[in-house]
Design a protein around this ligand. Sequence first.
Ligand code: CAA
Length: 262
Amino acid sequence: MAYENIIFETEGNVAVIKFNRPKALNAISIDVVKDIQKALDEVESNSSVRVLILTGEGDKAFVAGADISLMVNFTPLQLREFSVALHELGFRMEGLSIPVIACVNGFALGGGTEIAMASDFIYASDDAKFGQPEINLGIIPGFGGTQRLPRLVGKGVAKELCMTGALISAQEAKEIGLVNKVFPADKLWEETMKTAKVLAAKGRFSLMAVKRCIDRGYDLDLRAACGVETDQFALCMASPDGKEGMTAFLEKRKPDFKGELT
Ligand code: CAA
């Protein structure tokens, strides 16, 4: 399928969504959200896709936020609808059965930091910049910045970032726990792909189970969260990969994970 605002490609078992509005530093509009939703339909209907990477076209930006030139003319209700669509996208990314890696190759501001946080983890180039600068526009984050950011970095740091609107370097973002790894810009893609391929070779069900346990369990009390883990742990034996992984260990060979869910 052809897309206007993104580039969607697959490389082996890895699907890649590239935000593709470089002239606007890949700013997100409702049309971008619609394109990503359609690409996620393609991802979900293709069982050979085992990992999804999000990145930005061009060398300057991942996503410089929501498109301010469109938002400025929104009514409050239109802005609300936009925020709802963004949140639905974030929840859908978290609900995907495969890992999503944000490969942040430049500015990730406002909605850019937010869509990266809705991914499973973030790798960044050493020249990337993160931040929630909405306060400088007289607004607040509308795509989870006030919610996912404190869950990742703690309330104090999240408040500081959302209240000052300060931009931080990739290294600072790593120090506060927002970013997992930082690479030289010319190595970022290669390193992200390397990890994607490692993930693609794991059991599909167990990857999904890790994602479910951590995302669902995080907001529950410990006993309830451990209950989620117990159920997912047991369900691993419903997938052929669970049996295969343990059998391969005992037979002293590499597991041959088929990635089938049943
Ligand atoms: N929306 C629309 N257009 C944007 C944009 C955005 N978020 N960010 C950049 N652009 C456009 C600029 O208007 C400019 O367009 P023209 O060439 O037509 O003038 C082009 O991209 C290049 O940008 P700059 O000339 O500003 O580039 P720079 O290198 O001088 O600065 C920047 C880069 C620091 C990222 C700066 O562009 C900037 O501050 N952008 C806005 C960042 C921002 O405030 N993001 C939050 C948006 S609100 C939001 O995201 C809400 C939410 O939670 C969902």
